[in-house]
Write a protein that binds this ligand. Sequence first.
Ligand code: ASP
Length: 321
Amino acid sequence: MILMLVLLMACSGNKPKEEFAIGKKVVLVIHGGAGNINRDRMTPESDSAYRAALELSLKEGYQILMNGGESCEAIIKAINLMEDNPLFNAGVGAVLTSEGENELDASIMRGSDKNAGAVAGVKTIKNPIDAAYSVMTSSEHVMFSGAGADRFAAEQGLETVDSGYFKTEKRIKSLERVQKLEKEHGTVGAVALDEFGNLCAATSTGGMTNKKWGRIGDSPIIGAGTYADNVTCGVSCTGHGEYFIRSVTAYDVSAMMEYKGYPIAQAADAVIQKTLNLGGTGGLIALDTAGNVAMPFSTTGMFRGYITEDGKVTVKIYGDE
Ligand code: ASP
């Protein structure tokens, strides 16, 4: 089968648009955050470091799927690798609050039964996505926050760390920059389709640099930052969370497919445009049960990639590639 990739870049204002029609099923799609990501701001070294990190996540998640693993297992692996890499705004690379602390958010949703789990504002869980998964599978609830969520994760036997673990030099500097008004994004997310035809979607983040008052964005909110339904698609978002919450962005992609009959690319584009119309920049990844993928964004770039069933990896960063 010939892989047919159609990339449409329709740039109206700051709205790059991507649509894919592919001949091979996409089994895993990931993002490492959307934002002001330009070639001239990236060194060749950081460009290749991001590409290598995305590729590693895709390949490791793919291995799980190819060995008969479930979609949730594959995306957790892919996200764990990004959480453990200080390049991304999740896990060890999480951005800092206005007080120089880390408060991490994560969520996961399974498309087969629409079960979901989330944690918000956690401070000592090394891999917040694991805690979100535990909430889904080992509690009768959907979302835990703050100290209670940290205690729950510890009781579940998940690895905990001293809060100093998350404080990297890079994020201390970016807090200083953002406090002087420069915005930064960088959440991670993944959606996978397994051999059983089941979708799973997840998102993990440090939130937005310089956040305060216990601010929580879209990432841990089911329907806003993460959504999965086998009837439609799985979605993980990244961007200015307040607007993604108000737009109910992730669910809106699914709703457009279910109620309007839109194909995934059209639904994803329409939703990113609606979110942008409110004033919110960012992007999302979406995957349907037929293996079609959409990765639209309204920022200048988004770290993103996917792997198809034949093992072919595609990784992209900027708006013009
Ligand atoms: N959506 C995340 C938040 O608002 C941030 C991001 O994706 O960069 O917390």
